[in-house]
Design a protein around this ligand. Structure first.
Ligand SMILES: [Zn+2]
Ligand SMILES: [Zn+2]
Length: 342
């Protein structure tokens, strides 16, 4: 595919899309049914449909029966850990293999023309972003994710929480399923904004931000405290009336879905004239500029409301720079105020 029909490439070779990022249509002043329909298809297909399909697959073929879930045991916990690890390895690994190792798309639609493997750096374990990110995901991230799921399934089997049935509460459960990406946006924005405060950033979140040029393995590469906060989103299903399938869908949207912001390409070509939208640009800009786009896709446009939205345009760049300048000024004024008068 010709990526220059969709965007531009600068002197360095970095590609950016022509179309600015947009928040969900119902937040815009003017939108029509066609825009809404188009947006809704992109909302479901392919990523959320994939998370729902894997949630159902887990529910019917992986998760043990309710009797087994009623008591915690290493057996089913480790089984779920094995399946989650294999699933992430297969999904993230496929993107890594085709687009980063074999580079079948070269740098078409790639925001940063460099590949992480080309940049050894001291900030990473073994000086390798790939190895560091991979080990942090599999040794820490996936076990914490699995533990959260185990505790939630155990709670369900013991009827702790507000669990409801599809037969009696299906309209609510359908609505909740559609709202899961909004829960994600709210939860992720809140914890993400929190760990961008100076002390927590230094202590916790800088680990994730070591990957300025993220790739699939960067997705779940975090400090363990961030893993706990990130996967705590799944625990909302203890408070909201929910069903384990919807909980699993949410869990897969955060576990498997973490890859979306870190794909590094705007589109993944699947044939000569077809490509999947990665939805990676907003979070790519977050990794590039740090203090913009704390949320996800603009489904609930919190970044817009809090003045941290970057849609990829020159205007947004100027606004961001003005914000950074004002922040510096404030810090300088504070410092001057705090200094003893001579
Ligand atoms: Zn990230
Ligand atoms: Zn961040």
């Amino acid at each position: 595919m010709d990526d220059l029909l969709y965007g531009t490439r600068d002197k360095r070779g970095d590609w950016k899309p022509n179309a600015p990022l947009e928040v969900a249509p119902f937040w815009r002043r003017a939108f029509d049914a066609r825009t809404l329909g188009h947006w809704f298809i992109g909302y479901l297909w392919p990523w959320n449909a994939f998370h729902m399909a894997t949630a159902l697959l887990y529910w019917f073929f992986i998760i043990p029966d309710v009797e087994t879930l009623r008591s915690l045991s290493w057996g089913w916990g480790l089984w779920l850990l094995l399946v989650n690890s294999a699933g992430i390895f297969a999904m993230y690994g496929a993107v890594e293999l085709f687009y980063y190792v074999k580079r079948r798309q070269e740098t078409r639609f790639k925001f940063n023309h460099r590949f992480p493997a080309e940049n050894p750096s001291d900030v990473f374990w073994f000086k390798s972003q790939n190895l560091d990110n991979f080990l942090r995901s599999f040794l820490i991230g996936i076990p914490i994710w699995t533990l959260t799921e185990v505790l939630m399934l155990w709670a369900w089997a013991n009827t702790w929480g507000n669990w409801v049935d599809w037969s009696t509460h299906w309209p609510w459960l359908v609505a909740l399923t559609l709202l899961v990406p909004a829960i994600h946006e709210l939860h992720f924005f809140a914890i993400h904004r929190l760990i961008h405060t100076p002390t927590l950033y230094k202590w916790i979140h800088s680990v994730h931000h070591n990957s300025i040029n993220p790739s699939p393995w960067s997705s779940l590469s975090m400090h363990p405290v961030e893993h706990v906060l990130y996967f705590a989103e799944i625990v909302w299903h203890l408070l909201i009336p929910s069903h384990p399938v919807v909980m699993l869908f949410n869990s897969h949207a955060v576990g498997y879905g973490a890859i979306n912001g870190h794909i590094g390409f705007d589109k993944l070509e699947v044939s000569d004239d077809a490509a999947i939208d990665s939805h990676a640009y907003a979070h790519y800009l977050h990794h590039k500029y740090f203090e913009v786009n704390y949320g996800a896709d603009g489904l609930v446009p919190l970044d817009k409301w809090f003045g941290t939205w970057h849609d990829g345009t020159k205007d947004a760049d100027e606004q961001m720079k003005a914000r950074f300048r004002a922040k510096k000024e404030r810090a300088r004024a504070r410092k001057a105020g705090a200094a003893p008068a001579e």
